[in-house]
Design a binder for this molecule. Structure first.
Ligand SMILES: [Zn+2]
Length: 80
């Protein structure tokens, strides 16, 4: 005899760039194009967003435009 338990799973099917809306398919957990994912929970006493959780995804082109055009101090990048 075999007993089964129904399990509900969530699987990512695509990632959408929050800035430009470009979609990237995800097949078997692997995105077709690398995307930046940022997740942060504001938990400090000096934040106006205390306890608020924020997340977004960016494609590489939007990452380049934001970091090269919108940062006073350049992003620190190293070759791994
Ligand atoms: Zn984008």
């Amino acid at each position: 005899m075999r007993q089964y338990q129904l399990k509900e799973t969530k699987e990512i099917t695509k990632i959408i760039c929050n800035r430009c809306g470009k979609e990237t398919k995800v097949v078997s957990g692997i995105p077709k194009r690398e995307m930046l994912h940022v997740e942060h929970t504001w938990g400090g006493y000096f934040s106006g967003k205390d306890g608020e959780s924020c997340s977004f995804d960016l494609c590489e082109e939007c990452f380049d435009e934001i970091t090269k055009g919108g940062f006073l101090i350049p992003t620190e990048c190293k070759d791994e």
